[in-house]
Design a protein around this ligand. Structure first.
Ligand code: C2E
Ligand code: MG
Ligand code: MG
Ligand code: MG
Length: 286
């Protein structure tokens, strides 16, 4: 009896495992098609200067317009694509689309924005990355000093020397470097000393409770003070409430990003948001 039960439980788990592996494989195959058929698109989420309350930049966030499943969030495919290497091609397309759009807006005479693109660890260790980035800038005509590259702390942990060299080469083109999800990773202080960094993006988990939790508030204030003394700008991620913004303003945070200003938007809608906020400031000059 026990044996039979054990066996059926085993087959239950093994079926689940096979199903999961099959799903992964299916998703991987479909991603190859997605890359061929141009099914990936880029959403933009505004980054707002806290002092002037004006949009000064945007983060590019990938979405997958899946033919059957609809619009997929990066959470449902980024991890897998990091493991199987597809993230490099995804990252290439996101960067290309972002720079193409950025150039169009500049040509239209829009006020200049800094557009931020996420890089994964696997892209950082790709020896082709530097050439790909500089080719895209050249090919699109998007100025390097309008581009920001976001890296997480964990992406910076491996291959330190070559990573520093790579970031310095990007920097000398004029590209800005941001540390994403700051505070959630492992290392923190040594690379602040060693890496050329323009922006620290404080992770949403420190911002969530900032109204009620004095410790979080102190931590954020300390990150801001440290960033400023190193000549680094500090951005708060995941700001959802007016009260959070008020506190961030009081403790001297530079930039915020979050649903309070806007969710990530398709590019056309982002352009409309920009037009509207510009019209507002023209109507009510400060
Ligand atoms: P991330 O780079 O930290 O991006 C911020 C995430 O927080 C985005 O999720 C954004 O929609 C979400 N967010 C922004 N403000 C708020 C808020 O006020 N409340 C809440 N609840 N969420 C907010 P998204 O777009 O789902 O992206 C998730 C992650 O996927 C990104 O985190 C990034 O790690 C990764 N990702 C997205 N696009 C790319 C890409 O093109 N390349 C790579 N390598 N990774 C990407
Ligand atoms: Mg990011
Ligand atoms: Mg982040
Ligand atoms: Mg994050």
């Amino acid at each position: 009896q026990a044996k039979a039960e054990g066996r059926s439980r085993f087959s239950f788990f093994s079926e689940a495992l096979t199903r999961n592996a099959r799903n992964q494989l299916e998703l991987e195959t479909q991603m190859y098609q997605a890359l061929e058929n141009d099914e990936l698109c880029v959403y933009l989420q505004p980054q707002t200067d806290i002092h002037s309350n004006s949009i000064t930049g945007a983060e590019a966030l990938v979405r997958w317009q899946h033919p059957e499943k609809g619009l997929l969030s990066p959470f449902s495919f980024i991890d897998l694509c990091e493991q199987n290497g597809q993230i490099n091609r995804i990252g290439y397309q996101v960067l290309l689309k972002t720079c193409q759009q950025g150039k169009k807006w500049l040509d239209k005479g829009n006020p200049p924005l800094i557009l931020a693109v996420n890089l994964s660890a696997s892209q950082i260790s790709d020896p082709e990355l530097y050439n790909q980035v500089s080719d895209i800038l050249q090919q699109t005509g998007f100025p390097a000093h309008h581009l920001e590259l976001e890296l997480t702390e964990s992406a910076l942990m491996s291959e330190t020397e070559s990573t520093i060299t790579l970031l310095e080469r990007f920097r000398s083109l004029g590209i800005h470097i941001a540390i994403d999800d700051f505070g959630t990773g492992y290392s923190s202080f040594s690379y602040l000393k060693r890496f050329p960094i323009d922006v620290l993006k404080i992770d949403k988990s420190f911002i969530d409770e900032i109204e009620h939790n004095a410790r979080d508030r102190e931590i954020v204030a300390a990150i801001i003070a440290m960033g400023h003394s190193l000549g680094i700008k500090v951005l708060a991620e995941g700001v959802e409430h007016e009260n959070q913004l008020k506190i961030l303003n009081e403790i001297g945070c530079d930039i915020y990003q979050g649903y309070l200003m806007s969710r990530p938007l398709p590019m056309e809608q982002f352009a409309l948001l920009l037009d509207n906020t510009l019209a507002e400031t023209e109507q009510f000059p400060s």
